[in-house]
Design a binder for this molecule. Structure first.
Ligand SMILES: Cc1ncc(COP(=O)(O)O)c(C=O)c1O
Length: 406
């Protein structure tokens, strides 16, 4: 392997300390990043094999990734896509969200949720979150249902499953569609079963900030054969025959178009990387859980800090570790993030409410989402990722203590 590349890639077992970017080595010396994907020689080798095979677009590796993830989470089908945004869009189209339909989403989430609704022709409608889980509050969702509401898109924020049964009950009571955005929560479980294995159309993201990565990528988990088939067709221009099938038939299979589609394909280069990442999932989950437990213990001495809450029905994936500053804290969360950066620790402010964004501000000017607004002000994310060492966690907590008090 090229020496420079070897230096740039996070090699080998988690715990290895290889800076991800050469150009930032000086700037980030002795610095704890917010996260670092766990990538190594195995991913490079898998990608190399795909490149040398000559089949680099959507093909057998993507199909294998779909089969393996479906089997893992307990869904009948996986449909690989080039992002979770496209996965969410396809799911809504396949399930029949129509132009003008309102889709309830949390306002405490990223723009991708709103984007997917808008791309599907729908209108994002916001609801507030539960104070402790940061996920949709079923009672507030129910209050916001109106005559145009067609669907609820629940989000398993920060790697923690939302209360799926509560959301299902509201959706069933009002005859609404239910979608689960598990973009950040691959590997998390609700009541002992992986998300995507509960019969609710579920989407995952494979962006590097998420649990496993293919660079960019996503997947829809579906149990219905016809929905999955339509999602596969729409993913690939609307063609009735895939590139792979046509290739296998030596070009003698002809496609037709019954509706217009998209290019939402995941490449086999990406899927090969995803298959290697999948083998690391148990180790990733274990490391993140251990790191979360260590933070819990270390943070007990900081009375200004409220650690994350995990309901008894959830197994957290710990894609992020979100702390909350209690009312007694003398410094704002934003100021803590700035002070942590000066102390060589990258944190992030909590998720910012979508209804405050210029794109939505006018329509939502008179609405309030008290739990979301409080969470946005009071929360921040600490570094958590495979390879984060105990020493680094001690450094993070020491920097946090100084940032809160200095
Ligand atoms: C909750 C949530 N949903 C969806 C997405 C979109 O994922 P992608 O970047 O794969 O489209 C993100 C990405 O940040 C996310 O955090």
């Amino acid at each position: 392997m090229d020496q420079a590349l070897a230096r740039d890639v996070h090699m080998g077992a988690p715990g290895a300390r290889v800076p991800p970017l050469r150009m930032s080595q000086d700037l980030f010396a002795n610095h704890v990043p917010l996260m670092r994907p766990w990538l190594g020689e195995e991913e490079v080798q898998a990608i190399r094999e795909v490149v040398l095979s000559g089949w680099v677009c959507l093909g057998p590796k993507a199909a294998e990734l779909e089969r393996r993830i479906a089997a893992m989470v307990g869904a009948k089908h996986g449909v690989a896509t080039n992002s979770a945004t496209s996965a969410l869009h396809l799911t809504m189209q396949v399930r029949g969200v129509k132009p003008g339909d309102e889709v309830i989403i949390p306002t405490f989430t990223c723009m991708a949720n709103a984007n997917a609704v808008v791309i599907a022709g729908g209108v994002p409608t916001f609801a507030d979150i539960d104070r402790r889980t940061y996920n949709l509050d079923a009672a507030d969702v129910e209050r916001r249902i109106g005559p145009k509401t067609r669907a609820i898109m629940m989000v398993d924020q920060i790697g923690l499953p939302a209360d799926l049964d509560a959301m299902k009950a509201v959706a069933d009571k009002h005859s609404l569609l239910l979608f689960d955005d598990a973009a950040t929560a691959f590997g998390a479980k609700y009541k002992g079963r992986y998300l995507g294995g509960h019969g609710v159309p579920t989407s995952y993201s494979f962006h590097p900030r998420k649990m496993i990565t293919t660079g960019e990528g996503g997947m829809i988990m579906l149990d219905d054969d016809a929905w999955a088939e339509r999602a596969r067709v729409l993913r690939s221009t609307g063609a009735s025959v895939s590139d792979l099938k046509r290739h296998e038939a030596k070009g003698a299979l002809f496609q037709e178009y019954f509706e217009s589609g998209y290019n939402y394909r995941l490449t086999d280069i990406q899927a090969a990387m995803g298959l290697v990442q999948l083998d690391k999932v148990p180790a990733m989950l274990q490391q993140r859980a251990d790191q979360a437990a260590r933070y819990h213990a270390l943070l007990a001495k900081l009375e200004e800090v409220e650690p994350p809450f995990v309901p008894e029905w959830a197994t957290h994936a710990w894609s992020s570790y979100c702390i909350r500053l209690r009312p007694g804290a003398k410094v704002s969360a934003d100021e803590v993030v700035r002070r942590m950066a000066e102390r060589n620790v990258s944190c992030r402010r909590g998720i910012q409410p979508l209804h405050h964004e210029p794109y939505f501000r006018d329509r939502w000017a008179s609405d309030h989402f008290p739990e979301t607004e409080a969470a946005a002000k009071e929360t921040l994310f600490l570094p958590i990722f495979p390879g984060l060492t105990e020493q680094e966690q001690l450094q993070v907590v020491a920097a946090l203590e100084q940032s809160l008090r200095a």
